[in-house]
Design a protein around this ligand. Structure first.
Ligand SMILES: *Cc1c(COP(=O)(O)O)cnc(C)c1O
Length: 609
């Protein structure tokens, strides 16, 4: 993994040049330069960088691939898409989505009342709004208000009761009736971590019997002309394309049947989301077995085939892919605060005039270790350290000898693991996972990578500089929460190698990638570590601009946001100092000043330069 799997997960979004990771776009700014500029204003802790051009790239890719497939297959329907708000509702993400998708009339999908209000606020007239999820009468009425305001809105019903409520609201007022969609309960089931959205026991959608009843209800209410869409969503991050094809056959046939039953306004087939993102960094394990090109041409070809066989009008194809659109646009950069075994550096070796013979032997092993003898010398070293520790317990050697022994053995193991990293044995793999160097990162996994904590979802991670040097250390990442779950370990078959950096002298920044989907929204304030500072980076031909900066919440505001009153906190802490004994007035004043500064800072550590 010399380039950290960049060729697998990065879709050409980043390149390595002069040892630094750079954006592969226009003026190609280095991530390190951007971070240094942000930190030069005093900002510390982890930082989120948003790249709107990467949202644009994904929107273009979605529309271009479907357009191409439609032309190629002589398909008669159109392609339309909406962004599902649950994947990322934050203002600077949504604003970028709307701006970058404007020329396509890219719309929004809402799954709750608050998301619907947001969709009504942000969707330009002419672009589509689709509404999924369970709905009460208020939510349905909100849909009528959206329609009345001129929005192209489709309320997709999850059950017959919702349809009855729509009919009820329509009879109670004269607002424009929104378009109606039906979510189909598939009998085919998706595969993948998140694929719980379909199947006989699914939470959502109408069965065949219910669909027939729905048509009857609509006919009786004279609203059948409002039925414009059928919809399914088989789950997120679909690793395999086969279940999608199976679902398409099922829903395609339902669409054709409904048109034959007289649903003549029905002309949209909404295939939901689920398009997967590549998160893996090792070529032997991939997150998905298809490309956007294969996906789009399979969808278009299959639907055309079904409709032609049944002699039915080709439907417009709708998608609600979220992860695919937004994942790549967000990068987290975290400083490394500490390497736990930094004490084992060779500079701490202090030999005596005369050392115990075992130490001299370790010195030789360390010096002469090479690819051919690595395993043998490693075994010798492990044997020697056992003896050295026994001798220490028995009082035959002193603490300095023991320290020298530990440093030497540590180095021998490190070198042997590295020399053999291309052809590891089971023994080496076990040793390596035991000896992963722990890198302490100034971030919270719960806040920034919640799906790692909850689902063991891997996110690509790599240093953003020092990339001309070979990384030697198999790493594990520890976050700064006090939770033992706040650790990312790496399996022997998928190790992460990082650099041996002397953090007293040098910075070391790690980037976590593809975090734009779900992570921002799901992130939690465990230990009261709040959302990192965030910035939008706009790249031009000659330079880049940093905008939309939101600094991570201060300690006082963090406490305030969970229900404490910041003025009372400050007041109490200040009184405690003022009333304390044994310090001078000047010291009291200095301390108060310091206290104020500390509490205005964000919740992350400030130990790096
Ligand atoms: C969550 C969801 C999506 C988005 O799924 P992705 O995997 O992010 O593409 C689309 N449609 C519906 C109905 C959803 O619930």
């Amino acid at each position: 993994m010399k380039n950290y799997g960049l060729d697998l997960w990065a879709s050409d979004n980043f390149i390595i040049e002069n040892g630094e990771l750079k954006l592969n776009y226009k003026s190609k700014p280095s991530l390190l330069k951007i971070i240094e500029e942000i930190r030069s204003s005093g900002v510390r802790g982890p930082v989120l960088l948003r790249f709107a051009h990467l949202i644009r790239k994904q929107i273009d890719s979605l529309y271009d691939n479907f357009k191409h497939a439609i032309e190629e297959n002589n398909y008669k329907g159109d392609f339309k898409a909406v962004f599902p708000l649950k994947v990322n509702q934050f203002p600077h993400a949504v604003e970028a989505i709307i701006k970058e998708g404007k020329s396509y009339q890219y719309g929004l999908e809402a799954g709750s009342k608050a998301e619907l209000a947001l969709a009504m606020y942000k969707t330009p007239l002419g672009a589509n709004i689709t509404v999924n999820g369970f709905k009460d009468k208020e939510m349905i009425s909100l849909g009528f208000i959206a329609a009345q305001s001129g929005h192209e809105i489709t309320l997709t019903i999850e059950g017959l009761n919702e349809l009855k409520t729509i009919i009820e609201v329509a009879s109670e007022n004269s607002l424009r009736v929104p378009n109606i969609g039906i979510r189909v309960r598939l009998h085919s089931v998706g595969k993948g971590t998140w694929a719980k959205s379909s199947g006989m026991d699914a939470k959502f959608g109408l069965t065949a019997t219910e669909i027939i009843q729905a048509i009857k209800l609509l006919k009786d209410a004279k609203l059948l002309n409002k039925l414009t869409m059928i919809h399914f969503h088989i789950g997120s991050q679909m690793q395999d394309i086969a279940p999608i094809k199976k679902a398409l056959r099922e829903v395609g046939n339902i669409y054709a049947e409904l048109r034959r039953l007289g649903a003549s306004s029905l002309d949209n087939l909404n295939i939901g989301g689920g398009l997967a993102v590549e998160y893996e960094q090792h070529s032997h394990s991939k997150s998905r077995n298809y490309s956007i090109k294969e996906f789009s041409s399979s969808v278009v070809f299959l639907l055309g085939e079904i409709m032609d066989a049944k002699n039915v009008k080709h439907p417009n194809i709708f998608t609600e892919s979220g992860r695919f659109i937004i994942a790549s646009h967000l990068v987290l950069i975290t400083p490394v605060l500490e390497l736990f075994s930094q004490d084992y550096q060779e500079e701490f070796l202090h030999f005596k005039e005369k050392n115990p013979p075992l130490i001299d032997e370790l010195v030789d092993l360390n010096k002469l270790l090479n690819h051919a003898n690595a395993i043998e010398y490693l075994h010798d070293a492990l044997d020697h350290i056992e003896s050295i520790l026994t001798l220490f317990d028995l009082g035959y050697i002193d603490l300095q000898d023991r320290s020298n022994g530990e440093i030497l053995v540590h180095n021998i193991i490190k070198k042997a693991l590295y020399l053999k990293s291309a052809s590891p044995t089971i023994e080496l793999e076990q040793l390596q996972s035991k000896l992963q160097e722990r890198y302490l990162i100034n971030a919270s996994i719960f806040q920034s990578l919640p799906d790692y904590w909850g689902l063991k979802q891997h996110f690509p991670v790599m240093p953003i500089h020092h990339l001309n040097d070979t990384p030697h250390r198999a790493a594990a990442l520890w976050d700064i929460t006090c939770d033992s779950d706040g650790e990312i370990g790496f399996k022997p078959e998928k190790p992460l190698y990082l650099h041996d950096i002397n953090l007293d002298k040098d910075d070391y920044f790690l980037g976590f990638f593809n975090l734009g989907a779900y992570q921002e929204t799901l992130g939690m304030n465990h230990n009261l570590f709040t959302k990192p500072s965030e910035y939008t980076i706009t790249i031009t031909n000659s330079t880049y601009k940093i905008t939309n900066s939101i600094e991570s919440k201060s300690i006082l505001n963090t406490l305030d946001s969970i229900g404490y009153t910041k003025d009372e906190i400050l007041d109490k802490l200040e009184k405690d100092i003022l009333n304390s004994d044994f310090i001078t007035e000047k010291e009291k004043n200095d301390t108060l000043l310091q206290l104020n500064i500390f509490l205005q800072q964000n919740t992350y550590l400030r130990t790096t330069k």
